[in-house]
Design a protein around this ligand. Sequence first.
Ligand SMILES: Nc1nc2c(ncn2[C@@H]2O[C@H](COP(=O)(O)OP(=O)(O)O)[C@@H](O)[C@H]2O)c(=O)[nH]1
Ligand SMILES: Nc1ncnc2c1ncn2[C@@H]1O[C@H](COP(=O)(O)OP(=O)(O)O)[C@@H](O)[C@H]1O
Length: 307
Amino acid sequence: MAETSSRPAPPEVDRQAASQAAVAARRARAAVKASIASREVSPLTVLDRATADPEGVEGRLRVTEFLLSVPAIGTTKMQEALDRLAISPAKRLGGLGRHQRLRLRQFLIERENRTGRQRNRLVVLAGPTAVGKGTVSSYIREHYPDVLLSVSATTRKPRPGEVDGVNYYFVDDAEFDRMIVEGELLEHATVHNAYRYGTPRAPIEKALAAGRSVLLEIDLQGARQVRASMPEARLIFLLPPTWEELVRRLIGRGTEDTAEQQRRLETAKVELAAQDEFDYKVVNHDVAEAAREVVDLMKVRAAPSRP
Ligand SMILES: Nc1nc2c(ncn2[C@@H]2O[C@H](COP(=O)(O)OP(=O)(O)O)[C@@H](O)[C@H]2O)c(=O)[nH]1
Ligand SMILES: Nc1ncnc2c1ncn2[C@@H]1O[C@H](COP(=O)(O)OP(=O)(O)O)[C@@H](O)[C@H]1O
């Protein structure tokens, strides 16, 4: 008796704690599956999170339960997909090999492109300063002429070589105020605490009505406004390969002085912290590759290469 009562309790306490943790983890996984099923979160975002943190909630999801939570995928489609992608049903998302992950990603993109045909033509590209948004957008303008690249209005002055109506519509404060009052802007924001930028609404509505895809290259505040006013828009966050590379690109561009660079890097930290609000993340290792990923998410074919 005495021996029993003085025996240390920890093993049972450990067991209890472990089973509580298992219940909490199961609940967390169920919540992720429910948000995929209700289209609150894109399966691609879940896959990205699993890749970033293989031991996190998303990483611990079995590939079978993940696929079954995607709307309109049942057991048969799930099994066919896993066969085709050469992925074992026992795998967890966080445990996929690189090639398996890329195949699964492509499968999900193609599926979304088929099922979301008419709804997802407006794409917002945002990301921290100097990540390469302008470079990737220009590449898209050149190589994918089917995409309309929205031209923003801004109160900043043109830089040498910039053309009114091509790079931006350069307007003064009074004109910008008028555009806001008349409801001509889909969104607008003061960027880098300096000038105002806004997206003219009319060209976008016209292009969408004509069945064209539209790309907006705007800042985080603008992206949030578009999400609120046009929830069908797809939001893409462009990421640098590393923080050091972002700093290198900003300094290498050489368009800001040191104080302005510091200010932008502070903003970049805040912006990077918002990346999980976006539907997709694309890492800008290589401009052509990043552009292709963005365009894949818009389902637009490249222009036939010229002889
Ligand atoms: N919200 C919003 N941001 C914009 C718009 N156009 C450009 N921006 C953002 O404003 C910043 C442009 O900064 P700046 O260095 O002056 O111009 P850039 O050299 O053309 O990038 C970038 O972060 C853009 O994403 C717009 O229409 N709306
Ligand atoms: N994939 C890339 N690899 C290397 N340098 C890049 C890449 N993409 C962009 N850059 C360079 O990084 C700098 C910032 O790009 P930019 O398009 O101006 O960024 P943002 O529009 O996001 O502020 C430019 O000097 C550009 O040439």
